[in-house]
Write a protein that binds this ligand. Structure first.
Ligand code: IPM
Ligand code: MG
Length: 384
């Protein structure tokens, strides 16, 4: 099941005791649908970086999602959890559709893979950077003059809120069925994510927008209060508060006004699908999920495109591999502290898009349409 493979001219080290600097271990979890197709291209990019810059990426593949349920009986096995735990970084693809009667805390629910990885590995900070490429401004459904200059980072809380709050169930009462989900946050959970946002803002334009629904929700009132307290420790960072409905509106009205947005799990999920359209397609948006654990190389974490398994286009070479490839770039930057390499991958993506190549999701009149593999190959060839 966990096969370590030899990739290209990259030397594979099976014996991890002999690990040297420049050897990075990656758990690769392609998953279902378009997951394997886009992950394959991200792996090609990593192999190219390895051979051009002289690193060793030690890749171990494992199953997640429907593929894992069918062969191992669970969306993610304990052995795969262990493999991930022991790697320097995790590259995740996507997982397939869920049976309607089970929740993500069931082992046979495909989302259980992500659910466990995020929680058990304490990856509580989900970074979703949105910086529309100049060449794609016209491919977006939003006017280019509104998009021009957009560069924002959503810091989504990933370990709390409605996703993990208990009780969460459908139950039968004398009046019929009822259902409950629980939105719970501890002050400590809010504090650590706001701190992450403030730290990240320091390396950017020093503005944090904390998004909540404090006019209605108790959890949001605690969120706001805690955000104010934490941000006071960062006098160089400006904190503003925005209600989530208002944020949804302003994201497409004045996206350039945002720098770092910090918000709870569900709000972050919804707002980032919306915000992905600023960069023309969900197929462009990478993400990094981080905690506090460090490896000898950087921050331990999980890297995945924000899109799903898209079963309607799976196996047809229609998927855009850029979100997965940019996720690999984030891995190079955060997990391995390889800034130059990360920049080279991002520049390669931009170069290929500038040259007019597009996958189906970015279809534009007069542009050169290519499939998943071809897009991956073009980007690989552009890495200098
Ligand atoms: C995401 C996804 C997941 C989430 C789903 C697939 C469980 O939408 O990463 O944004 O809601 O977190
Ligand atoms: Mg989502």
């Amino acid at each position: 099941m966990h096969t370590s493979r030899l990739h290209g001219n990259v030397r594979l080290k099976i014996d991890r005791k002999g690990k040297t600097l420049g050897t990075y271990t990656i758990a690769v979890l392609p998953g279902d649908g378009i997951g394997p197709e886009v992950t394959e291209q991200a792996v090609h990019v990593l192999q190219t970086v390895a051979s051009r810059y002289g690193h060793i990426f030690d890749l171990s593949y494992a199953l997640v999602g429907v593929a894992a349920i069918n062969t191992e009986g669970a969306a993610i096995s304990d052995a795969t959890m262990k493999l991930c735990q022991q790697s320097d970084a995790i590259l995740f693809g996507a997982f397939g559709d869920a049976p309607p009667n089970e929740g993500p805390d069931s082992k046979r629910h495909p989302a259980n893979a992500l659910y466990r990885l995020r929680k058990e590995l304490e990856l509580y900070a989900n970074l979703r950077p949105i910086r529309p490429l100049q060449a794609l401004l016209n491919a977006s459904t939003i006017k280019s003059e509104v998009l021009l200059g957009t560069d924002l980072l959503v810091v989504r809380e990933l370990n709390g809120g409605l996703y993990y709050g208990k009780p969460s169930e459908i139950r039968e009462t004398s009046q019929g069925y009822e259902a409950i989900d629980t939105l719970i946050y501890t002050e400590a959970e809010i504090e650590r994510i706001v701190r992450t946002a403030c730290e990240l803002a320091r390396g950017r334009r020093k503005k944090v927008t904390s998004v909540d629904k404090a006019n209605v929700l108790s959890s949001s009132r605690l969120w706001r209060r805690t955000a104010d307290r934490v941000a006071a420790e960062y006098p160089d960072v400006t904190l503003e508060h925005l209600l989530v409905d208002s944020c949804a509106m302003h994201l497409i009205r004045r996206p350039t006004s945002f720098d770092v947005i910090v918000t709870e799990n569900m709000f972050g999920d919804i707002l980032t699908d919306e915000a992905s359209m600023l960069s023309a397609s969900m197929g462009m948006l990478p993400s990094a999920s981080l905690g506090t654990r460090r490896t000898p190389h950087g921050l331990f974490g999980l890297y995945e495109p924000i899109h799903g398994s898209a079963p309607d286009i799976a196996g047809q070479q229609k998927a855009n591999p850029i979100a997965a490839i940019l996720s690999a770039a984030l891995m190079l930057r955060y997990a391995f502290s390889l800034q130059q390499e990360a920049n080279a991958v991002e520049a390669a993506v931009e170069h290929v898009v500038n040259a007019g190549y597009r996958t189906e999701d970015l279809r534009e009149v007069g542009k050169k349409m290519v499939g998943t593999q071809e897009m991956g190959k073009l980007i690989v060839d552009a890495i200098t």
